[in-house]
Write a protein that binds this ligand. Sequence first.
Ligand SMILES: [Zn+2]
Length: 153
Amino acid sequence: MQLSSNFTLEELLHSTEADAKGFTEQYSPAQDVVGNLNTLAQQVLQPLRDKLGKPLNISSGYRCTRVNTAIGGVHNSQHLFGQAADTEVPDMTIEDWFKWVLASGIEFDQLIQEFDHWVHISYNAGHNRHQVFRAVMNEQGHAVYIPLHVSNG
Ligand SMILES: [Zn+2]
């Protein structure tokens, strides 16, 4: 099912973890989740794709509860609601992609540069908090989210 010019529902549901473990519910999300994924594609992913002028890859979109638990996602992850996607762009460093999204002016709820592995972008229609973080692993191996100050200018 096509959500926008360049993004399909299938792409945002795809999960190697679900495939490996047989979590079939990953591929039959609730209707409100599909609605949120559609909004995410329309309001964030497609505008980013259009402005960038080349493909961006989605490493994780929606996650059913079992997938989210299996990969150690936080219990209230926006991935559970179809409100977030982890992204990367070929031939672009994660940090550069993170800064590019920030500078693009495209609205988001949370933008997180996670461990130099991907850029997490969420959208929550009508409730966007415009929060920006850089996530790093501390010496104990725990994720630490460092907020970035962003001026409203
Ligand atoms: Zn994420």
